[in-house]
Design a binder for this molecule. Structure first.
Ligand code: PMP
Length: 359
């Protein structure tokens, strides 16, 4: 990599990689207000917690897990009115996305995605030798779907709502994208969809080229468990399975399968958790607007906000000194903004007070 050019042990492919750099994960969060990686501020469903404490669980570790994650896939399928054969599960949606890039986008044509988006996409392009063609967001950070009318594209991927902007793209626009590239896969990464937008899952029946990716890391409060899944017509799921089965025959560990199954089945808890986060988000936005922040409308569990008077970097550093961590991106166009995850009401009050003090 950049620091150790020409390490003789590395293959040229590894030497060329620029791996993803995740947000800071401090060893202890005891005195910290951690609003930098969009985790849930609340613990997972009590049913998921109970599944983790099942005394049978350690006994079963002697055995390999179900390679098909059957029970988990059946539970996910039932939530969405799909068949289990339309569900693929992986270790976090990052891994699901990696398999999707490999299975669908590794071809001579360029993959299309927004210039401001989830920064793992260019990493997977590099890893799999996929050419990326990024398309600029509009001035208001919305996605201009008409720009995606490009001949010979290798596919399309975008998060909805987008990250790190939080902006939602209506389903009618996603349908336009799907119709533009009927011969190529369009991946809609719905990591944050439970916090306010309509899911594209309802379009799966009509679009054979649509793959929707979800995670349990955000709305289900299970970032530490590493479970994500993809939904699509059977032929797409079969494509993902070919890649997965060539990589690891037991892709999801047995504990994750059990806990995720219990979490997914607890719909009431999910609705309640999302409602709490949404209420806190709206309240925080109102307070930050009062302080003079510019805020991009968000349907996610974070907000993307531009501070008044001082630079985003200066505010980021001042908050860090006060033990509040948010996310600052030192990149063109978005370096004027901070991405702030939604914490508990108390945490957000502390954040607003700290901003008031600094500004
Ligand atoms: N997609 C988007 C848009 C994200 O922001 C994230 C979280 N970093 C992920 C996917 C990956 O989440 P996970 O691997 O925890 O499921």
């Amino acid at each position: 990599n950049d620091q150790i050019p020409g390490n003789p042990y590395w293959s040229p492919a590894v030497a060329r990689l620029h791996p993803y750099v995740p947000g800071e994960q401090p060893k202890t969060t005891a005195r910290l207000i951690k609003l930098n990686t969009n985790e849930s501020p609340y613990p997972p469903s009590p049913k998921a917690q109970a599944a983790l404490q099942d005394p049978q669980l350690p006994q079963r570790l002697r055995l390999y897990p179900d390679p098909e994650s059957t029970e988990l896939r059946e539970t996910i399928a039932a939530q969405f009115g799909l068949a289990p054969a339309q569900v693929f599960v992986g270790n976090g949606s990052d891994e699901v996305l990696a398999h999707a890039f490999y299975s669908f986008f590794q071809r001579p044509e360029a993959l299309l995605f927004p210039d401001i988006t989830y920064s793992f996409y260019p990493v997977y392009c590099e890893l799999y030798g996929i050419e990326a063609r990024t398309l600029p967001l509009r001035e208001d950070f919305s996605i201009a779907v008409e720009d995606y009318a490009i001949d010979n594209a290798g596919g399309v991927i975008l998060p909805n709502p987008n990250a790190p902007t939080g902006r939602y793209l209506p389903l009618a626009e996603i349908e336009k994208l799907l119709a533009l590239h009927p011969e190529r896969v369009v991946v809609i990464d719905e990591a944050y969809i439970d916090f306010g937008g309509d899911s594209a899952v309802s379009l799966i029946e009509r679009y054979p080229n649509l793959l929707v990716v979800h995670t349990l890391s955000k709305s289900h409060a299970l970032a530490g468990l590493r479970v994500g899944y993809a939904l699509g017509q059977e032929h797409l799921i079969e494509g993902l399975n070919r890649a997965k089965n060539s990589f690891n025959s037991y892709p999801i560990d047995g504990i994750a399968q059990k806990v995720a199954t219990a979490a997914i089945a607890d719909r009431e808890w999910l609705a309640d958790n999302c409602a709490k986060v949404i209420a806190t988000r709206e309240h925080t936005c109102a307070q930050l607007l009062e302080l003079g922040f510019e805020i991009i409308p968000s349907t996610a569990n974070f907000i993307f906000a531009k501070p008044p008077k001082i630079s985003a970097e200066a505010l980021f550093l001042a908050l860090r000194e006060r033990n509040i961590i948010v996310r600052y991106f030192n990149k063109p166009r978005i370096s004027e903004y901070l991405r702030i995850s939604i914490g508990t009401d108390e945490e957000m009050t502390a954040l607003v007070e700290a901003c008031r003090e600094v500004l």
